[in-house]
Design a protein around this ligand. Structure first.
Ligand SMILES: [Zn+2]
Ligand SMILES: [Zn+2]
Length: 166
């Protein structure tokens, strides 16, 4: 199956969701969905707007936000908040559904990883607390390899811990 055929299938799923909700399936909504489904990145609204302009589509931010909201509600797209002051969106079905994120604080690159050790820790810790897990989220913040090679260093955030400085 080619990437395009796959993307078409996801757009059809989204259209079906819209119809089930009694919402119109518009060209604009399909274009926004197409951009998100075709990408392996964690896209911001600005990224999406830029990609649409590159293919000659002019769609306002309000429509993009509204469509993303519907994509998230449909469960086809996941919304991430990496503390940048805006959200990032990723297609859920084209990748490992359960994955964790490494976020570079300098260049904003988001990498994904999946490791069964994370699930072992979840099982262990929740068992110790008699807690029934539904989902978890692990985000690791720091510097990516490229930024480290470029000599970037980050200032320490917040107060220095008095225990550390003794
Ligand atoms: Zn970086
Ligand atoms: Zn991701």
């Amino acid at each position: 199956m080619s990437a395009t055929t796959e993307t078409d299938a996801y757009i059809r799923l989204f259209s079906r969701y819209l119809r089930e909700q009694g919402l119109p399936v518009t060209h604009q909504r399909e274009v926004v969905a197409d951009v998100v489904f075709s990408s392996v990145e964690h896209l911001s609204v600005d990224d999406i707007e830029r990609e649409m302009r590159a293919v000659g589509e002019r769609i306002g931010k309000a429509t993009i936000y509204r469509t993303l909201d519907l994509l998230v509600k449909s469960n086809l797209v996941a919304e991430n908040d990496f503390g940048e002051g805006f959200k990032r969106y990723e297609h859920r079905l084209s990748r490992e559904p359960l994955h964790e994120h490494l976020i570079c604080l300098h260049c904003g690159t988001v990498a994904e990883f999946h490791d069964s050790a994370v699930h072992q820790i979840e099982a262990l810790v929740t068992a110790q607390h008699g807690f029934r897990p539904i989902r978890h989220k692990l985000e690791i913040y720091g510097l990516c390899r490229e930024c480290q090679s470029a000599g970037v260093s980050l200032p320490r955030e917040g107060l220095i811990c008095p225990i550390d400085s003794v």
